[in-house]
Ligand binder design. Structure first.
Ligand SMILES: [Zn+2]
Length: 110
């Protein structure tokens, strides 16, 4: 097997396996389109996969673990500061002054 054929074979193999991996991984770990990243990996080969690892893996499902605020949809904003716009997720408590700016105009929502 000559060197060029071997490199071509490896390139093809990495391309196919990498594309599959990127596609599966992106659907979980990227907030961007898995199809798009699969295409990038397929066309770019090792470079495309590298690009995905560096740029594409921005969290997705991982982000919800590190997020301090409740995930969108599970909690409603209960209060909002009219001075600075600070949001609160505390439907059971009264907020008399804003923790962010100290203002007293904290509006109760809902
Ligand atoms: Zn405020």
């Amino acid at each position: 097997m000559s060197g060029a054929v071997f490199v071509g074979f490896v390139w093809l193999f990495v391309g196919i396996v990498g594309t599959l991996w990127v596609f599966i991984d992106a659907s979980e770990n990227s907030s961007q389109s898995a199809v798009l990243w699969g295409l990038v990996a397929f066309l770019g080969g090792i470079l495309g996969i590298l690009l995905y690892v560096l740029l594409g893996r921005d969290g997705g499902s991982e982000r919800s673990r590190t997020r301090t605020e409740p995930a969108r949809g599970t909690a409603k904003i209960s209060h909002r500061c009219q001075s600075c716009g600070e949001k609160y997720y505390a439907p059971d408590s009264e907020i008399s002054s804003c923790r962010n700016c100290g203002g007293i105009k904290v509006e109760r929502l809902g």
